[in-house]
Design a protein around this ligand. Sequence first.
Ligand SMILES: [Zn+2]
Length: 186
Amino acid sequence: MFIFGHLGIGLRLVRPISARKGRRDEKIRLPIRWILLGTLLPDLIDKSLFYGLLIAVGRERASGSFISGTRTFGHAAIFTILVTAIAAWRRSRVLAALSLGMASHLLLDNVGDRIVLGRENFSLRGLLWPFAGVRFPVFPYHSLAGQLHRATEPFYFWAELLGFFLLIPEIWPYIQRGPIKRWMKF
Ligand SMILES: [Zn+2]
């Protein structure tokens, strides 16, 4: 899944937890901007790491290294669990929002893989790292262009479109405010 799929579908998926009534009927609302950042964070971390390496040493050597693809630390469930544990320990709404967004990212990526790749090629190795092996999955594309080309597959195309239309009504009230106020109140 790409940007809008993660932002829009991810935000909608976590809403029962991120915007709910507390025990004393008070409204609990986690900050949307941190949820949104969380929905993209695994890709921001792992794609930066891998593509940085790919530019520095070339595709062959990058794929053969420890950072062997775009599903590494950020896409390992243990990383999201760690952020969730710190959120609970520090009672941090920011980290709680971030970890919820990250959890939605992992769910959507793996559901998407299962649908697109089929049962034979689907693997939870990246998600279960390091418990399913210490090596991360190897980058299956020739280049960034090859990865972006996936967006033309029907599943990704419709997921992006759905994500876009789910995202706009959620963030519209914030867009209508001025740019500084918008960021402060998000
Ligand atoms: Zn991802």
